[in-house]
Design a protein around this ligand. Sequence first.
Ligand SMILES: Nc1ncnc2c1ncn2[C@@H]1O[C@H](COP(=O)(O)OP(=O)(O)OP(=O)(O)O)[C@@H](O)[C@H]1O
Ligand SMILES: O=C(O)C[C@@H](O)[C@H](O)C(=O)CO
Length: 324
Amino acid sequence: MAKKYDVIAIGRACIDLNAAEYNRPMEETMTFSKYVGGSPANIVIGAAKLGLSVGFIGKIPDDQHGNYIKQYMAEAGVNTDGMVVDQEGHKSGLTFTEIKSPEECSILMYRDEVADLYLRPEEVSAEYIKQASNLVVSGTALSRSPSREAVLKAISIAKANDIRVIFELDYRPYTWTNAEEVSIYYSLAARQADIIIGTRDEFDMLENRQGGDNDATVAELFKYAPQLIVIKHGVEGSYAYERGGKMTRGFAYKSNVLKTFGAGDSYAAAFITALHNGKNVKEALKYGSAAAAIVVSKHSSSEAMPTIKAIEQLMSEQAATYGK
Ligand SMILES: Nc1ncnc2c1ncn2[C@@H]1O[C@H](COP(=O)(O)OP(=O)(O)OP(=O)(O)O)[C@@H](O)[C@H]1O
Ligand SMILES: O=C(O)C[C@@H](O)[C@H](O)C(=O)CO
């Protein structure tokens, strides 16, 4: 039976302040443009733009930033019924970005006492989650209680109701206490997920090691629930491993890169949308990679999310050179 929402994501919806002046360090950047940010928010905004019906679960501050986040997401086509307004004075996370050069970008996150990590389990509605086909879980939301328990509750509701759990590792060091804790909670979520998406470095965090090997990583995780594991390697592309042994490589498309952040979120939005629309893994990797190539050429992560038409146009323009 068709569900009301193709995808519901749980985690943070915050503010990005992206350097409006390029090719200089943060210290010399005087102006920033404001966008909605936060990896899981970016993913549902991207999926909405690609035509999916989406919802969001998260806590936002009771201030002008919270109002802006909710309004922007609603206008972007995201159902906000699962968004809770904080009543304890917690603030929005802020991400400042530095664009030193197309190769040298960094982000600086202000995440002390952020509202998103105060989402409580009792604020997560089972009835809302039951209306979704896919639940996207952000790893950062596992970094602190009570958000951690809220996410674990969401996962168990999804598991009990045959809702596909997609775990986006989304590792951000800022709110974690130590590497062991990351590994414990990442493993707990990963073992229950149907699909896991992360960079090689993020899988190393999950395993609490350095220099991990993709084959060993997937062999271990396939002992549990995952059916599909995607490991991203930046501009070198990505690898999708399916239970049963099939591996498919995704290649990066050429892009006139402005900045590198936003790649992962646009990739996830388009990959998940393509899979939901019935594309096979090889095609879904192309959609994800093409979306990322578009977003890295633009200034924001959320506002820059492409349409299906733009993605397919880029795929067709570069069909002859893809993977070459
Ligand atoms: N410079 C680039 N040019 C074109 N495509 C890119 C570039 N960087 C990344 N991509 C595409 O985006 C995908 C995801 O990128 P990456 O592995 O850097 O994820 P990420 O680290 O999660 O991204 P983010 O920087 O947003 O956190 C890659 O597999 C690739 O297809
Ligand atoms: O995920 C965040 O909180 C920050 C993002 O919104 C930011 O645009 C980014 O780093 C995307 O990779």
